[in-house]
Design a protein around this ligand. Structure first.
Ligand SMILES: *Cc1c(COP(=O)(O)O)cnc(C)c1O
Length: 495
C-alpha cells in the first residue's frame, strides 16, 4: 500500500516519500508524517534469518513506497558496508541485566551514522527520481554528533553541499576535532556563540525564509535537512530495533512474540520516536523508556502533560542530549492528538510564543507506552563506574544516562521484561567524562592523552575514527553569532 506524507501542521497536501526526504521540513514549519503507519508484512520469526541489510530492506520498503526495489537496495548496500567496523552493523552486548544495542560502529562512532550513512543515498536517489536540477544544500544544526556524521556522509557527494552549525562551547573535544578536521570541497563547519537550541532555531528559520529560498533557487540551489526532522533519518532508525529483536530471537533470549522494553537516551526525540514507530508497525515493545539528562524537559512532560522549555539550559557530560526543544516530539503530539493538524499547530504556536504547551487528558492517556526518567550528572558517572567494576564493560555518558534510568525503572516497577538499551556513542567519543567516572585521577587530563589509557582499561581497540583525528589538520575555524547564520550560508554559496 502506498504511504504518503503530510505536514503535522497542515495535512491537506500529501507528497511522496522521496519528496519529503528532499524537503526535510514542510513549508509551514511542520514535520512530515506518514498518512498511515504500515504493519510488518513478514513474520517476527523470519527476522532470525535476516542480516542487517535484509532487515533494513524489509522495514524501509514499507515506508518508502515510491522507491523501487532496485533503488532501495542500492541505497542500503551503499550505506551498510565496510564503513562499519563490524559485519553485524549493530551488535547486541549483554551486561549486568540489560542488552546494549551498540549503534556506534559507523564512521563517526555515534548512532547518527546509522541513518546518516544512508541519507545521502536516499537524498541523491530522491533528487534523480524527482528531476531535481538544483544543487542540494544540507543545512544542519548539531549538538555534536549529527554534524560529523552528516559531514562524513555528504562530503564530496556530487550535486550536494553541506553547512554545519555547532555550539562552539557545547560539544566534547573529540566531537569538535572530528568536525573541524572534515575534508571535502562541498563542506563548511561553523561554530556559533550560542547553544544547540539557538543553532536549531537559526536553521529552522532559514528553512522558513521564503525570500532566501527564492534567492537560492534563482542561483541553482535548494535547501534540505540532515537533522532527525527528515523522514530519511527517521525511517532507517526504525530498522535497528527490529534487528535487535531478531538477534534476541536467534540467540534464544526471547521467544516469538515476547515483549521487550526499549530504553533510549533522548535529546531531539528522534531515536525513541523510531522505536515508537517500530512498535506501531508490529514490534512487540512493552515500554518505551525515555531517558533524559539534567535537561529533563521530557521527563517533566511525561509526568505532567505540560511541555515547558522555560528553564536554564544545562551543559552536561552528555552534550548530545542537551536540548530543551525536542523537535521530533511534534510527531508524537500530532499522533496522540488524533492526527489533528490544527490542534498540533496550536500547541507549536504556543511553544514558539510562550515556550509552553499543555496537552489534554485524552492525549495524556495515549502516552501509556512511554515512561520518562532522568539521571543527574552524579548518577550518570556512578553508573559508568558500577557497570565497569562489575563487568569490565565501558559505556559512554549518554548510554549511561539510559542505563541509570533503567535501573531506577526496574527498582520502582519490578518489571523484568528483557530490555534493550540504545547505546548511542562509543566511550571514545566522550573520553574525559568516561575516564574520570572510572577513576578521578584522570580529571584534568586532555582527551587526546586518554585515548591509549581507555584502550587499556576497556580492552577495546582505538576506533579508526579516533586514530584519524589525532593528527589531522584543522580546516574550519569560523565562529559567528546566531544572527549571522544566514549571511554565513550565503557567503559559503557565493551569493
Ligand atoms: C543525538 C544523540 C542522542 C539523542 O538522540 P535523539 O534522536 O536526538 O533523541 C543521544 N546520544 C547520542 C550519543 C547522540 O549523538
Amino acid at each position: 500500500m502506498e504511504v504518503l506524507y503530510s505536514s503535522t501542521r497542515d495535512k491537506s497536501k500529501k507528497i511522496k516519500a522521496s519528496e519529503a526526504i528532499l524537503k526535510g521540513l514542510a513549508d509551514d514549519g511542520g514535520l512530515f508524517v506518514p498518512d498511515n503507519v504500515p504493519q510488518f508484512d513478514f513474520s517476527l520469526s523470519s527476522l532470525k534469518d535476516m542480516d542487517y541489510k535484509a532487515t533494513a530492506y524489509n522495514v524501509m520498503k514499507l515506508l518508502l513506497t515510491d522507491f523501487t526495489e532496485e533503488e532501495l537496495k542500492y541505497c542500503i548496500n551503499g550505506a551498510y558496508d565496510s564503513k562499519f567496523d563490524t559485519e553485524e552493523i549493530a551488535p547486541l552486548v549483554y551486561a549486568d541485566g540489560a542488552y546494549y544495542l551498540e549503534l556506534f560502529h559507523g564512521k563517526t562512532i555515534a548512532f547518527k551514522d546509522m541513518a546518516l550513512s544512508i541519507l545521502p543515498f536516499l537524498m541523491t536517489t530522491s533528487a534523480k527520481k524527482n528531476n531535481v536540477k538544483e544543487k542540494i544544500i544540507i543545512l544542519t544544526a548539531t549538538s555534536g554528533d549529527t554534524g560529523k556524521a552528516a559531514l562524513a556522509g555528504f562530503a564530496d557527494v556530487p550535486g550536494t553541499g553541506i553547512v554545519v552549525f555547532y555550539p562552539k562551547n557545547g560539544v566534547s573535544a573529540i566531537q569538535e576535532k572530528q568536525m573541524v578536521t572534515q575534508k571535502g570541497d562541498n563542506v563548511k563547519v561553523i561554530g556559533i556563540t550560542g547553544n544547540f537550541d539557538d543553532a536549531q532555531t537559526g536553521v529552522k528559520n532559514m528553512f522558513n525564509d521564503e525570500e532566501l529560498k527564492a534567492e537560492l533557487k534563482s542561483k541553482g540551489y535548494v535547501f534540505s535537512s540532515a537533522n532527525s526532522i527528515n523522514i530519511g533519518r527517521l525511517v532507517p532508525q526504525i530498522v535497528y530495533y527490529v534487528y535487535a529483536y531478531g538477534n534476541l530471537l536467534k540467540n534464544g533470549k526471547i521467544s516469538d512474540g515476547d515483549k521487550i522494553n526499549v530504553v533510549v537516551p533522548t535529546g531531539n526525540f528522534g531515536n525513541i520516536l523510531a522505536a515508537y514507530y517500530a512498535k506501531t508497525m508490529g514490534l512487540p515493545i512493552n515500554k518505551l523508556i525515555c531517558a533524559s539528562n539534567e535537561n529533563k524537559v521530557l521527563f517533566d512532560f511525561f509526568e505532567t502533560g505540560k511541555y515547558d522549555r522555560n528553564r536554564e539550559f544545562i551543559l552536561t557530560s552528555s552534550p548530545s542530549m542537551d536540548i530543551l526543544i525536542s523537535s521530533n516530539l511534534e510527531r508524537l503530539i500530532y499522533t496522540i492528538a488524533g492526527c489533528d493538524d490544527k490542534k498540533n499547530a496550536g500547541f507549536m504556536e504556543s511553544l514558539k510564543t510562550t515556550g509552553v504547551y499543555d496537552i489534554t487528558d485524552d492525549m495524556k492517556a495515549k502516552l501509556v507506552d512511554f515512561v520518562g526518567g532522568y539521571a543527574s550528572e552524579a548518577q550518570c558517572a556512578a553508573k559508568i563506574k558500577d557497570l565497569f567494576d562489575k563487568t569490565g564493560y565501558v559505556i559512554d555518558t549518554h548510554t549511561s544516562v539510559a542505563a541509570s534510568v533503567y535501573d531506577d525503572y526496574k527498582a520502582k516497577t519490578g518489571d523484568n521484561t528483557p530490555a534493550v538499551i540504545a547505546s548511542t556513542a562509543s566511550p571514545y567519543k566522550f573520553m574525559h567524562s568516561v575516564m574520570t567516572a572510572i577513576d578521578k585521577k584522570y580529571d584534568g587530563v586532555n582527551d587526546f592523552e586518554l585515548i591509549d589509557e581507555l584502550a587499556k582499561v576497556s580492552g577495546v581497540d582505538v576506533p579508526g575514527a579516533v586514530e584519524d583525528i589525532r593528527t589531522a589538520p584543522i580546516l574550519h575555524t569560523d565562529v559567528c553569532d546566531k544572527e549571522e547564520m544566514k549571511s554565513r550560508v550565503k557567503a559559503f554559496l557565493g551569493i
